[in-house]
Write a protein that binds this ligand. Structure first.
Ligand code: PLP
Ligand code: ZN
Length: 427
């Protein structure tokens, strides 16, 4: 029999949580919790074949790019059906344009924006909402103006749960908020910044027994770790040299690290890719710690960047992220908003759209290439985290939409001059 439990993620403590249900911090040291398993008589050598065989199956769980790998996240009772929207199974494509812009011979991108609500958050949400159902939760909540809220609202609706979203007043991205409202979430405006919203939420949630789906929820990591399994499967289990992700709250990098550690402990991979995490210059407390060799993270009180999905000054998962980087002999990098925009443009030349936050990956690769930290012939995969349409305002402002728009009089005669003039500038 497999058993799952929560334990402290601090290797110096590792205490198992004695509290039933969900908790978010170690009762003895305050460290982050993670999900641990005792696997009983598992036979991991057979799993890759089993996972592949489920592809395109007619069970809903088999069509999910998370639950198809359920042997790796066995925390639901065997008879509980997960709350799934067919997440995962995202494309892995090459980008010659982004590769050449970054100074690499080749580059693959895994597009997590192609998920039900348009970001990788769906991988974590299917896991933690399914867990919330197993705990008979009735209300789920988070503080976020971003993709977490869109995703929570969708999965909560599907599970028949009430969803509450705490946001600071007037600081909400319209596309992401619209998604949450469309799925029937209740939006509670409070405070001027996220820290205030989160603080209030944590007080109220404890009192009223709500289930929190913020990044500190350890079950989200379990769903998110499957991206690396799917990626390796898509590559016939050939392990890349580098995997690069953007860093905000650092849950994604932590999840990929945990997934790799588990695959390696099961003997399913013999090589570890170096994990690279890239932050935006105005919101880069983790990069600062990494570059200075400090052992603790100094939060930034007023984080700034136009890549709003990673505008975070106090990343919750930094200890787990640090462990993943050290273990994989990886690195952290930091890039300016201009570099992010140029990277997004390079991807766009290949028809690949994404959120600004996602483009940090390619910007970081270019910088690491130029510093000689990555070889040109390296085998690299960038994880693009969110969909192009999540931040339309950014595109219309940054990409000078006006230069790309011509106005024609409806009654103009013959081929208008401005069209041929414009076309002649293209070559
Ligand atoms: C949440 C998010 C990130 C940051 O991920 P973390 O796990 O918080 O580091 C990056 N890009 C997009 C599009 C996101 O939604
Ligand atoms: Zn502890």
């Amino acid at each position: 029999m497999t058993r799952s439990f929560l334990r402290c993620s601090d290797p110096g403590c590792s205490r198992e949580s004695q509290q039933p249900g969900i908790s978010y911090a170690c009762a003895s040291c305050g460290g982050l919790l993670e999900v641990g398993y005792e696997f009983g008589e598992a036979d991991p050598g057979r799993w890759p074949e089993l996972w592949r065989g489920r592809q395109g199956g007619d069970e809903e769980a088999d069509r999910s790019g998370v639950w198809r790998f359920r042997e790796l996240l066995p925390f639901l009772a065997p008879d509980q059906l997960p709350i799934s929207l067919g997440e995962g199974s995202t494309p892995l494509v090459s980008s010659a344009q982004a590769a050449s812009w970054a100074g690499l011979d080749r580059l693959m991108v895994k597009h997590q924006g192609v998920n039900p609500t348009g970001s990788f958050k769906d991988l974590g949400m299917t896991a933690c909402i399914s867990h919330a159902v197993s705990q008979r939760a009735q209300v789920v909540a988070c503080a976020s103006t971003g993709n977490t809220s869109s995703s929570m609202a969708a999965y909560a609706a599907r599970a028949g749960l009430r969803a509450l979203l705490f946001v600071p007043e007037g600081a909400v991205s319209s596309a992401k908020l619209a998604q949450a409202i469309d799925f029937g979430a209740l939006v509670i405006e409070t405070g001027n910044n996220f820290d205030q919203a989160l603080k209030l939420l944590r007080q109220v949630a404890g009192e009223l027994g709500w289930y929190l789906v913020n990044s500190i929820n350890p079950y989200r990591i379990e769903g998110q770790k499957t991206v690396i399994v799917e990626l390796l499967e898509q590559r016939g289990w050939r392990v890349p040299d580098y995997v690069v992700v953007p860093g905000g709250n650092l849950g994604n990098i932590s999840a990929i690290g945990k997934g790799l550690m588990e695959l390696s402990s099961f003997g399913l991979i013999s090589k570890i890719p170096r994990l690279l995490v890239v932050q935006a210059e105005g919101s880069n407390p983790f990069f600062r710690m990494w570059a200075s060799g400090d052992r603790t993270l100094e939060p930034l009180p007023d984080p700034q960047t136009r890549a709003t999905a990673i505008r975070i000054g106090s990343p919750a998962n930094w200890t787990k992220a640090l462990r993943a980087l050290r273990w994989s002999e990886g690195a952290a990098e930091s890039v300016s908003d201009q570099e992010i925009e140029a990277a997004k443009e390079a991807l766009g030349r290949d028809g690949i759209g994404c959120e600004p936050a996602s483009a940090t990956t390619v910007a970081g690769l270019r910088k690491l290439r130029q510093a000689g930290q990555i070889e040109p012939e390296a085998d690299v995969v960038a994880i693009l985290t969110g969909h192009q349409l999540k931040d339309v305002d950014y595109i219309l402002e940054e990409r000078s939409a006006e230069d790309r728009t011509l106005r024609l009089e409806p009654d103009s005669q013959g081929a208008p001059d401005i069209l041929s003039t414009w076309l002649s500038t293209l070559s």
